[in-house]
Design a protein around this ligand. Structure first.
Ligand code: HDE
Length: 722
């Protein structure tokens, strides 16, 4: 049995990689049947005469069709659309004090990982850029067995108890009578359910925020969501919340852009992940934990077992544990990404559960679902799911069993097999569950400590910057605007009023609901708590415009479109490319066609893309080099003008050198200043121009603008058609 391949170094480009693989394959490989018999002809079936019927004895035809007829498996009931990558995890130091998990104790050890990112609602072929939660599931192949961290990019969930999960999912999936809409929450049944489920309000605000439209999986956080336990060698347990923080700053798409990308490049996030790994710009994250002592279980003004609550970082900082690096693309999507089976119950010694009722239900569901999806109980034997350490137990047989177990004894205790496989005492590495004391009556009830549904939603809203709040309100207007039932809209506005009156009024005004005049008073803080989230003014980590995220912004990985036409300035383009290379950004030339064209200095160039094959929505910035003739034709080309208008409207950096500035004059960009003839670099709201060529300060200022990614300080875009 082969275990997951160890990570390998970078290859130069996706193209080279495919060629290499094809070359390897062509090295003497012969077409055979599944039984290994060499095939001499595969284009015509065996017939009785040239125009006669096909013969049953054509074993090659029968096998080929039989296999094809059965090559689909059921997609995941949720998180069907996903993309995977291999990588490694390395602990920063020995964290024995916190946990006995070996992979967190040895900074010299590299633990292989497989990560799968996903959207939740859409079918397997749906678009990447829909408004949705993103799954962030990590499989650590540790020396002590597989540990799965099956998390999301939002630190909380819609419901507090797993028994409501089928209801939640039925409400958000396409409506059952006509199976519409695809991959979208913007329809009546979802908001009907939500408006009757106040516990979902905190999650709803996150789902309406930028978090639900990530620009890149490399620029997104991951969270374990539930409170788990870390247990150290001496049996000391602590509560932990797991975090994965990207090394890059978090970024998002704007909604108009996200919807357009869903049509122009539905694989946008998948492609971004694949390309980043191929070019060696490995996505990296820091695994960290917030730690709460067992004695402090009741010291907060929310319940640690309630999965609709965060622990604000101001109350418990995130302690960095180690670095996760994604450095190898899968070889085969189906074999690896599709067949990966994650399960929050896959834990290793040192990691344990709590009584969070959502987590407890998950511990059943994931094992159960794989039986339908992967065809039986032996899915742990599929290469992507196999531990890297040995597996010995008395589980036997079943559909698709791969292991050939030897010997007579498949039971324990036994003496005929010399007691094997033997047990490992907990002191020697065997798993032992934390001995939590449990005492209670059997009841179907929710704890009173789970009842505050609005305070943390309010904390989230007030932690956002003004532009973030505007976008959240717009998302609320969009989603509720798609809901036909006025009753549902009105109920939702009622909930929003509990969170923030301004939010409720702004959404109400757009969806025909009477804006509420006053807000219900916020719940008073429970007495005697030591750590209060309700009393926090704001929490920096919740906002993309927060201090911590702003510090991480760079231009690395940014994709810049350079618009060119016959007569463009090759010097400007070259200078742009050099500067981009220094910053780790990528320049893609775009022209009216992909036929060769001449630069101003007579050199020949062919654009990477044309206005037909690409669109400004898949770029982070646009730049127009100088060159009189080029500027003239671009200024007369409505596709070029739309390209720039759209980038402007989506708050992206727009740069232009020399005559390139004339192109900007022909666009609908208004309300920002551009450089005068003969003047050096001028930046206004992310529009960076110079009439002194694409050199020196222009490019410095342009890349400074690209580093900021979006420029929310732009004048209202009402006049910019795109
Ligand atoms: Fe999942 N979830 N979930 N979920 N979930 C699945 O398992 C489920 C929840 C998450 O890339 C399914 O193998 C229940 C929270 C991710 O393969 C299924 C409940 C969080 C993935 C399932 C939850 C998640 C899944 C579907 C409430 C964040 C994709 C296919 C009790 C912490 C993993 C499968 C991958 C997938 C059940 C809630 C994350 C049906 C019952 C909370 C990232 O078993």
């Amino acid at each position: 049995m082969t275990n997951p391949r160890p990570p390998q170094g970078r290859t130069d480009s996706a193209k080279n990689r495919d060629l290499e693989t094809d070359r390897e394959r062509s090295d003497g490989e012969r077409l055979t049947t599944n039984q290994g018999v060499r095939v001499s002809h595969t284009d015509d079936s065996l017939k009785a005469g040239e125009r006669g019927p096909t013969l049953m004895e054509d074993f090659h035809l029968r096998e080929k069709l039989m296999h094809f007829d059965h090559e689909r498996i059921p997609e995941r009931v949720v998180h069907a659309r996903g993309s995977g990558a291999h990588g490694v995890f390395r602990s920063y130091q020995d964290h024995s004090e916190l946990t006995r998990a070996a992979f967190l104790r040895d900074p010299a050890a590299e633990t292989p990982v497989f990560v799968r990112f996903s959207t939740v609602v859409g079918f397997r072929g749906s678009a990447d850029t829909v408004r949705d939660v993103r799954g962030f599931a990590v499989k650590f192949y540790t020396s002590e067995g597989v540990y799965d961290l099956v998390g999301n990019n939002i630190p909380i969930f819609f419901i507090q108890d797993g028994i409501k999960f089928p209801d939640l999912v039925h409400s958000i999936k396409p409506e059952p009578h006509h199976e519409m809409p695809q991959a979208s929450a913007a329809h009546d049944t979802f908001w009907d359910f939500i408006s009757l489920t106040p516990e979902s309000m905190h999650m709803i605000l996150w789902a309406l925020s930028d978090r639900a439209v990530p620009r890149s999986y490399a620029e997104m956080e991951g969270f374990g969501v539930h409170t788990f336990r870390f247990v150290n060698e001496s049996g000391l347990a602590r509560f932990v919340k797991l975090h994965l923080k990207p090394m890059k700053a978090m970024t998002a798409l704007v909604w108009d852009e996200a919807q357009k990308i869903a049509g122009k490049d539905p694989d946008f996030n998948r492609r971004d992940l694949w390309n980043a790994i191929e070019r060696g710009d490995f996505p990296e994250y820091e695994l960290g934990v917030q730690v709460v002592e067992e004695a402090d279980e009741m010291a907060f003004d929310f319940d640690l077992l309630d999965p609709t609550k965060i622990i604000p970082e101001e109350l418990a900082p995130v302690r960095p544990l180690g670095r996760l690096t994604l450095n190898r693309n899968p070889d085969n999507f189906f074999a690896e990404t599709e067949q990966a089976a994650f399960h929050p119950g896959h834990v290793v010694p040192g990691i344990d559960f709590t009584n969070d009722p959502l987590l407890q239900a998950r511990l059943f569901s994931y094992l159960d679902t794989q039986i339908t999806r992967l065809g039986g109980p032996n899915f742990a034997e599929i290469p992507i799911n196999r531990p890297t350490c040995p597996v010995h137990n008395n589980q036997r047989d079943g559909f698709m069993r791969q292991a050939i177990n030897v010997g007579r004894t498949a039971y324990s205790p036994n003496s005929l097999g010399r007691g094997c496989p033997m047990l490992t005492p907990s002191g020697m590495g065997g798993y032992a569950h934390f001995m939590e004391r449990v005492d209670g009556r059997k009841i179907r009830e929710r704890s009173a400590s789970f009842q505050d549904h609005y305070s943390q939603a309010a904390l989230f809203f007030r932690s956002l910057s003004e532009p973030e709040r505007r976008r959240l309100i717009d998302a609320g207007r969009f989603e509720l605007g798609k809901v036909r039932s006025m009753e549902v809209r009105t109920r939702m506005i009622g909930h929003f009023a509990h969170i923030d009156l301004g939010l409720a009024r702004a959404v109400a005004a757009a969806v025909g609901v009477e804006p509420p005049r006053s807000a219900p008073p916020p719940p008073s803080a429970p007495k005697g708590v030591r750590f209060s989230a309700r009393d926090l003014r704001r929490s920096d980590a919740l906002s993309f415009d927060g201090e911590a995220n702003r510090r991480k912004r760079t231009a690395r990985g940014a994709r810049i479109a350079a618009l060119i036409a016959e007569g463009f300035s090759a010097d400007d383009l070259e200078a742009l490319r050099k500067a981009a290379e220094r910053e780790g950004a990528e320049v893609v030339t775009v022209a009216a066609t992909q036929s060769p064209l001449k630069s101003g200095s007579g050199g020949e160039a062919t654009a990477d893309e044309s206005f037909l094959t690409t669109s400004s929505v898949v770029f982070d910035a646009v730049f127009v080099p100088g060159g009189g003739a080029a500027a003239k034709s671009l200024a007369a080309d409505s596709d070029a003008l739309r390209f720039v208008n759209e980038a402007f409207r989506h708050f992206k950096s727009v740069g232009a050198a020399d005559e390139g500035v004339d192109v900007l004059h022909r666009t609908s960009i208004r309300g920002v200043r551009v450089a005068d003839p003969g003047a050096g670099a001028l930046a206004d709201a992310g529009v960076v121009t110079s009439r002194a060529g694409a050199r020196g300060d222009l490019l410095d200022v342009f890349f400074e603008a690209v580093t900021q990614r979006r420029h929310w300080d732009r004048p209202p875009h009402g006049a910019t058609p795109a």
